[in-house]
Design a protein around this ligand. Structure first.
Ligand SMILES: Cc1cc2nc3c(=O)[nH]c(=O)nc-3n(C[C@H](O)[C@H](O)[C@H](O)COP(=O)(O)OP(=O)(O)OC[C@H]3O[C@@H](n4cnc5c(N)ncnc54)[C@H](O)[C@@H]3O)c2cc1C
Length: 337
């Protein structure tokens, strides 16, 4: 076990922010993790996965535990389904590809989402009509205070839109070490109705798609829509899509008849945050070395050497402007550190 001092986190976060960790340890086994937790009890902890859902606004005055636990295995199976266990440090997209190679279905719509599998339950990752909760079976996590190991079932996790118990009541209390997903082996439930998937499949003349076809379609769509963090620093959607009451939506529609919406229930409507930000005039705006992406108003970007503080101030300006213009509060999806 090696604990290093003053380590730059620039290459460990997709925004490419040059913040430093006061102390840093690469966690490659559960034994090392337990050892660190025993030996470093006096230091506050900060858990780092793939660094694709955080904006570092300052140096981390803590021991950064970089979770790189690896391994994938089938733990049980029936004729129709399989439970696959993946260690927390496995890259999410590589895991999706592994499942597709084995013809295990259920997460093909979540192709190309950055980050690690151990972090996927934290915000219940979702895209193109599928959320992690749809396939989640359980996860194992270590309590940072008493070091006990606990298994969380789907019910324990309180999953919601980009939410879970790990972002709420138990925030900072558990380190997820592995995740079990229940996937299909045959009769896959295909989700082609969302977004541009249908159009993409039609363009390739695919009439009866496989899970592999859906994954390829999702990858193609995402590559045209979202900036690659390797080319331009970003953390994907910076804000969540706000959910408002039907009454509030009706008032909004009086002033902005073209406002798009998705019905959530008879009482609630989801409004795309990207539309609000674009209508507020921020799409494509650049300030010094940071700004709002040219094609995607929901994505804030670091053009090179921006600080996390600058990007956070831009996020706050966007929130205030959206509130003033539309009377809607938009919350950040990205963790502000
Ligand atoms: C280009 C791009 C596109 C994206 N598209 C999507 C999308 O379509 N849908 C979507 O849902 N998300 C999307 N995201 C967001 C991101 O990929 C996910 O939230 C992902 O799950 C984050 O994983 P990570 O390992 O990088 O987390 P990190 O950024 O490393 O960590 C996020 C939070 O989880 C905590 N944490 C990390 N690992 C653990 C652990 N093992 N145990 C406990 N706590 C931990 C951290 O302390 C932090 O608070 C996108 C991001 C980018 C850059």
């Amino acid at each position: 076990m090696t604990v290093s001092k003053d380590v730059s986190l620039k290459s460990f976060n997709t925004f490419g922010i040059d913040a430093k960790a006061k102390l840093y340890c690469n966690i490659t086994s559960v034994e090392v993790l337990n050892e660190v937790l025993q030996e470093q009890q006096s230091n506050p902890l900060f858990i780092l996965g793939g660094g694709s859902n955080m904006l570092l606004t300052k140096d981390i005055d803590a021991l950064v535990l970089h979770i790189n636990l690896m391994g994938i295995e089938v733990v049980s199976e029936t004729e129709q389904t399989v439970i696959v266990k993946a260690m927390a440090g496995e890259n999410w997209h590589q895991f999706v590809l592994w499942c597709l190679q084995h013809n295990f279905g259920g997460i093909e719509n979540l192709s190309l989402i950055p980050g690690n599998i151990g972090t996927a339950p934290i915000q219940n990752i979702g895209a193109y009509g599928v959320e992690l909760k749809d396939v989640f079976y359980s996860c194992e996590a270590i309590n940072v205070n008493d070091k006990s190991l606990r298994t969380f079932t789907k019910e324990d996790c309180n999953f919601d839109y980009r939410e879970s118990v790990f972002k709420q009541e138990l925030k900072g209390e558990y380190i997820i070490t592995s995740v079990n997903l229940q996937l299909t082996k045959n009769n896959h439930k295909l989700n082609t109705g969302y977004g541009a998937i249908k159009t993409e499949l039609e363009a390739s003349n695919i009439k009866t798609p496989t899970i592999q076809d859906i994954s390829k379609a999702v990858i193609a769509i995402r590559q045209t829509k979202l900036p690659d963090p390797k080319e331009i620093g970003n953390s994907g959607s910076f804000f969540k899509n706000p959910i408002i009451s039907v009454e509030q939506f009706n008032k909004l529609q009086e002033n902005f008849p073209e406002v798009p919406s998705y019905k959530i229930s008879d009482k609630e409507v989801k409004v795309p945050a990207g539309w609000l930000i674009e209508t507020a005039g921020f799409k494509g705006k650049r300030f010094k070395d940071y700004g709002v992406h040219q094609k995607q108003a929901l994505v804030l970007v670091n053009y090179g050497n921006a600080s996390g503080k600058e990007i956070f101030e831009l996020a706050q300006l966007i929130q205030k402007t959206v509130k003033r213009l539309f009377n809607i509060t938009i919350e950040t999806e990205v963790n502000i550190i």
